[in-house]
Design a protein around this ligand. Structure first.
Ligand code: ADP
Length: 639
């Protein structure tokens, strides 16, 4: 019995979020009450896992008692008990675990579910509030518990309103926890054995501990991961997914069932969910893979088994070659564990490549949901870079349909003869990208360009650097090279681009560039003739070897003033009518000021088109004086 002092606090208020949660659970979200059973059994199972771990690592707590879960209905008093001989809770743990919410997004999600009228609470366990689903069934819940670490027995009680109490329990109790549900009036069915058996076989078949309903062992089926694939139905796979993911009524997008005997023995089932909660704003997915050794669960959310860029997968891995009683840290040094990581990643990536080849629709669903996570692998997993790169998809000038983006492989398949680079351009959206003057020459030469609207994609391609022997190059980079055969084709038209431009180069063009250089000073790296522009008068490009402009912009935004953008080169189109005219004016010394102003304004315009802010103050007064000059040269006389 407890020796708690009389003065110790016994009444507690729930954290505000829990009050709201409880209100939601009992008033709005009651469509699928069965999941409350699943959550309580799952909590009991977790407590048993923890106990087994304690016993493995601490001899003092080792004994032969079977770790099990007992479900005990009492029709007469309308009480349902879920009892385990797991780790139990101390008084402090009770107050903390059953009085606060650990995950901040949970309430938001449930509020939304209630507002949608869909009442989908099936995810409740995933958000770490499973226990409270007890109040969907009960108007009073008692938790009687004894921690493995002490002798005191505690009794938590609440009617699911604002507060709960924690007192020393009058009764003695063995180690573990029993949840006593005082069922609501219309919840009689939860004392019905048939009904309970149905729920338990639906949701708790795969619980890795024995579950008894009265005296009957209800989860006595062999684990499906050791069964041959051919003997399993879709439904069985689906049920196991629902058990692992706590996502009832959901079908996985795909599953992968692996078995091997050498170089080490293992069975694994991996699942890809049909949607990505991370993208919906629920923060990082936090689950991992369940890991078993000879069918005994060693860790139920082993995040180290798969790399972070595959963190969305659910699954279980069972190997006879894994040690049972090692810590998380020691596991990482285990050779079998490390080899297993390698094999699993390879098999998952192979599987994805297969889907990409054979099932467009499924792959696009996958890509939409998990593409943003998979691409992280480019910078994280050097060994599998090429494999991951093949799974990436982007919108491009040749496949402008965002629903059907292009792969790097497709790009290379239709690449022009002699083209040594894969081109990309980035911008905030497709409309802005379309305005980018740098694109003109690519359109003219019919060279494919990837359109990147997500800055992360640009980061990913810059990190990847090469694909299939071709350099990935931003079109605003001075490193851009055009395929030789293109020039050769122009040769067939008698002149190459350069010849054509040199030939047409107005005599005053060089002096104009000199004045532009003078006017812009060290605001630019250089001012030079452009070979890439056809319709626009000027554009900005990056000097060789520097990051693309968009990338630098992002760096500057994230690093603040600590990051200095490298200077850009202003490229000027000698064939543009404006430049031709300036070439004529330049011989007249009194026009020098005007030509210089035009240079500055072309620079400002190019900045705007490149998505960089203009030097507004200067630009506004310049445009204003242009307007004044124009106005003065116009006549008020109606002709
Ligand atoms: P979650 O299980 O996702 O953490 P819950 O709201 O279901 O969220 O449970 C909160 C916490 O209460 C658990 O993390 C666990 O520490 C504790 N708990 C719940 N049920 C039991 C149990 N049967 N035995 C021991 N601890 C439990």
């Amino acid at each position: 019995m407890s020796t708690a002092e009389k003065t110790e606090q016994t009444e507690f208020k729930f954290q505000a979020e829990i009050k709201q949660l409880l209100h939601l659970l009992s008033h709005s979200l009651y469509q699928n009450r069965d999941i409350a059973m699943r959550e309580l059994v799952s909590n009991a199972s977790d407590a048993l896992d923890k106990m087994r771990h304690v016993a493995l690592t601490d001899e003092e707590h080792r004994n032969d008692d079977e770790l099990a879960i007992h479900i005990e209905p009492n029709k007469e008093d309308r009480i349902l008990v879920i009892r385990d001989n797991g780790i139990g809770m101390t008084r402090d743990e009770l107050v903390k675990n059953l009085g606060t919410i650990a995950h901040s997004g949970s309430l938001e999600y449930l509020n939304k579910a209630a507002a949608d009228q869909k009442g989908d609470v099936s995810l409740i366990g995933q958000f770490g509030v499973g226990f409270y689903s007890a109040f969907m069934l009960a108007d009073k819940v008692e938790v009687i518990t004894r921690s493995y670490a002490e002798d005191a027995v505690w009794r938590w009680e609440s009617e699911g309103t604002g507060q709960f109490t924690v007192d020393p329990a009058e009764e003695d109790s063995p180690r573990g926890t029993q949840i006593r549900l005082h069922l609501k009036e219309d919840m009689d069915e939860f004392t019905d054995e048939q009904r309970l058996k149905h729920i338990l076989t639906t949701y708790s078949t795969f619980v890795p501990h024995k579950v008894y309903l009265g005296d009957e062992h209800v989860n006595d089926q062999p684990p499906i991961w050791v069964e041959p694939k051919s003997s399993l139905s879709d439904e069985q796979y689906q049920h196991f997914y629902q058990y692992l993911s706590h996502r009832s009524d959901e079908k996985p997008l795909w599953h992968l069932h692996l078995s091997a005997d050498s170089p080490f023995q293992f069975h694994a089932i991996l699942y890809c969910p049909p949607s990505n909660y991370e993208l919906m704003g629920f923060g990082r997915e936090e689950h991992g893979i369940s890991m078993c050794a000879k069918r005994v669960l060693v860790q139920n959310d082993c995040r180290e088994l798969l790399p972070e860029y595959l963190r969305f997968l659910y699954g279980l891995v069972d190997s006879a070659d894994l040690p049972l009683n090692v810590s998380r840290e020691a596991l990482q040094d285990n050779t079998v564990f490390r080899k297993m990581q390698t094999v699993l990643v390879k098999r998952v990536l192979d599987h994805l490549a297969k889907i990409a080849d054979s099932d467009d629709e499924q792959f696009m669903t996958f890509h939409k949901n998990f593409g943003p996570i998979i691409r992280e692998g480019i910078s994280m997993d050097f060994a599998n870079r090429e494999r991951i790169a093949k799974l990436l998809r982007f919108t491009s000038s040749h496949a402008n349909d965002v629903e059907k983006p292009t792969s790097l492989t497709q790009y290379v398949e239709r690449i022009k003869d002699g083209q040594q680079q894969i081109y990309f351009v980035s911008g905030p959206d497709l409309a802005t990208i379309a305005q980018n003057p740098n694109l003109e020459i690519f359109a003219k030469k019919e060279l494919e360009v990837f359109y990147l609207t997500d800055p992360v994609d640009e980061f990913v391609l810059s990190t990847l650097m090469r694909f299939d022997g071709k350099d990935l190059t931003s079109i605003d980079s001075a490193d851009v090279e055009f395929p030789e055969s293109e020039d050769a084709k122009d040769d067939d038209d008698k002149k190459s681009d350069d010849d054509k431009q040199d030939e047409e180069l107005p005599s005053g063009f060089e002096p104009v560039l000199v004045l532009f250089r003078e006017a812009l000073g060290d605001r630019v790296e250089d001012v030079r003739k452009s070979n890439r522009l056809t319709n626009s008068p000027a554009c900005l490009v990056n000097s060789k070897g520097t990051m693309s402009t968009q990338m630098q912009k992002i760096m500057q935004m994230s690093a603040g003033s600590g990051f200095e953008m490298s200077k850009l080169i202003l490229e000027v189109n000698p064939r543009h009518p404006l430049l031709k005219r300036l070439g004529q004016l330049v011989s007249n010394a009194s026009q020098t000021g005007f030509v210089k102003d035009c240079g500055c304004q072309l620079y400002s315009n190019a900045r705007v088109l490149a998505g960089l802010g203009p030097d507004s103050e200067e630009m506004v007064s310049r445009v204003q004086s242009f307007m004044e000059e124009l106005a003065n040269s116009r006549s008020p006389i109606v002709t």
